[in-house]
Design a protein around this ligand. Structure first.
Ligand code: GDP
Ligand code: IMO
Ligand code: MG
Length: 432
């Protein structure tokens, strides 16, 4: 019963889309289990680039089926746009190829307006959210007052519930945040239309996945965001409102713990972050420019969803070890190794120094919540100058690049099974 869970090990944008697309070659189903359209997953096939926010990246392959699990929050407008976008690119998305969990929660214009109003109210302490309504939608879920996909099965009732929800949101927007109200009548009309268009996609995905696993099919669970943005295990409060860690795949798809075969931790060869919050290995100036790029190349470090420049820094192995603990990686997929070409020496963070006591620590005493109390302790490694974008075998990599990978394996105690040397599907070194 093989389920392979693919998760981000850092603050998101590790290259999960690229890795899922690669692994989806053998998969029959690819399933998203957390987050919403705050995610931006890029897949490059030949000259074509796809940026997916909600649909599973594995759906680019014509043989796969896509699933959106109960752990996801769905903005129907974004979902319908994305289905259209793929259709225009020649990829058919029909109810036979895409199933939506009846228990997934819906993101409304009210959640988006609240996200904006709440960020504004946070002032200096703002999280830097993607403004996609993620936090407010999950808040309604936990408060047991949200709208679920199943309500779309009767469009009239859905439109009515939608209107009532917006009236409540309006009360908060006006009285709590002094923000402009939305038009519930207009939004309810749109909701009715969307429910009619999406109803045939809705079903029990847990049952579908169970049956597929029973038949011995290979299923990929595609995580959004990364472990350090996890609501419980991340850099709280500068996190997202879902759990991007591997155990959440089971909860977010309706599966039991006995089906997991692999947990692939997608790790960028350096560290990036969009939005606010601590980042011990963050760098600025010339080396930062080299890591971030200017924005000219499609893979330069500018947000896929918001276009914001990403903060960049050296690979943090203290944090990677921590995320290995909460995820249980069976292997790592290392991405963007090509971006390190020409940077010499390279630095990796191997320990932290407690700024208050000067003590050197190998592990975080209280998780990553208070990272500002720690300074990174670096180890220098030699860089390489050779172009590695054409490397396809371990032997093709320069010795310094191999040492970099081996040192990561040694410090995290997890094998690296894939090394990505470019964004295109074929630019990969698979390690036996
Ligand atoms: P995700 O959110 O984890 O799926 O990652 P994003 O798609 O937001 O960001 C990763 C970016 O890096 C995308 O532009 C990818 O096309 C690109 N990318 C992925 N792997 C590689 C790689 O090995 N080398 C280079 N140069 N770009 C890569
Ligand atoms: P993928 O799947 C990078 C960040 C936001 C912000 C914080 C909370 O492409 O890796 P939210 O809108 O979720 O309430 O914002 O989380 N964030 C991401 N950063 N990649 C993502 O997704 C992200 N999704 C959310 O920038 O700091
Ligand atoms: Mg992304």
């Amino acid at each position: 019963m093989p389920l392979n869970i693919v998760v981000g090990t850092q603050w998101g944008d590790e290259g999960k889309g690229r890795v899922v697309d690669l692994l989806a070659r053998q998969a029959s189903i690819v399933a998203r289990f957390n987050g919403g359209d705050n995610a931006g997953h890029t897949v490059t096939v030949g000259q074509q680039t796809f940026k997916l926010h909600l649909l599973p990246s594995g759906m680019i392959h014509p043989h796969t089926m896509g699933v959106i699990g109960n752990g996801v929050v769905v903005n129907p407008t974004k979902l319908l746009d994305e289905i259209e976008m793929l259709k225009e690119a020649g990829i058919q998305v029909t109810p036979e190829r895409l199933r939506l969990s009846y228990a997934a929660h819906i993101i409304t214009p009210g959640h988006i307006a609240l996200d904006e109003a709440m960020e504004k109210a946070r002032g200096e302490g703002k999280i830097g959210t993607t403004m996609r309504g993620i936090g407010p939608a999950y808040t309604d879920k936990v408060a047991r007052s949200g709208l679920r996909m199943e309500s779309m099965l009767s469009p009239e009732e859905y439109a009515e519930a939608f209107k009532e929800h917006l009236e409540e949101v309006n009360w908060r927007l006006v009285n709590q945040y002094q923000a402009s109200p939305l038009d519930p009548e207009k939004a309810a009309g749109l909701a009715f239309d969307q429910a009619r268009r999406l109803a045939s996609y809705i079903g029990d995905v847990s049952q579908l996945l169970h049956l597929a696993l029973k038949n011995g099919e290979y299923i990929l669970a595609e995580g959004a965001q990364g472990a350090l943005l996890d609501l419980d295990h991340g850099t709280y409060p500068f996190v997202t409102s879902s759990s991007p860690t591997a155990p959440s795949a089971l909860l977010g798809l309706g599966l039991g713990v006995n089906c997991v075969e692999q947990v692939v931790g997608v790790t960028k060869s350096f560290q990036t972050r969009v939005g606010a919050g601590s980042f011990p290995t963050e760098i600025s100036g010339e080396p930062a420019l080299r890591l971030r790029g200017t924005g000219e190349k499609p893979w330069d470090e500018y947000g896929t969803t918001t276009g914001r420049p990403r903060r960049v820094g050296w690979l943090d192995l203290v944090l990677l070890r921590f995320t290995a603990r909460v995820n249980g990686y069976t292997e790592l997929a290392l991405t963007k190794l090509d971006v390190l070409t020409g940077i010499d020496p390279l630095q990796i963070c191997v320990a932290y120094r407690d700024r208050r006591t000067n003590e050197e620590l190998q592990e975080l005493p209280l998780g990553p919540g208070k990272l500002m109390d720690y300074a990174p302790v670096y180890e220098q490694l030699p860089g390489w100058r050779e172009d590695i974008t054409g490397a396809r075998r371990w032997e093709d990599l320069p010795p310094q690049a191999r040492s970099y990978i081996l040192r990561i394996e040694e410090l995290v105690q997890v094998p690296v099974s894939l090394v990505s040397v470019g964004p295109e599907r074929s630019q990969i070194v698979e390690i036996e």
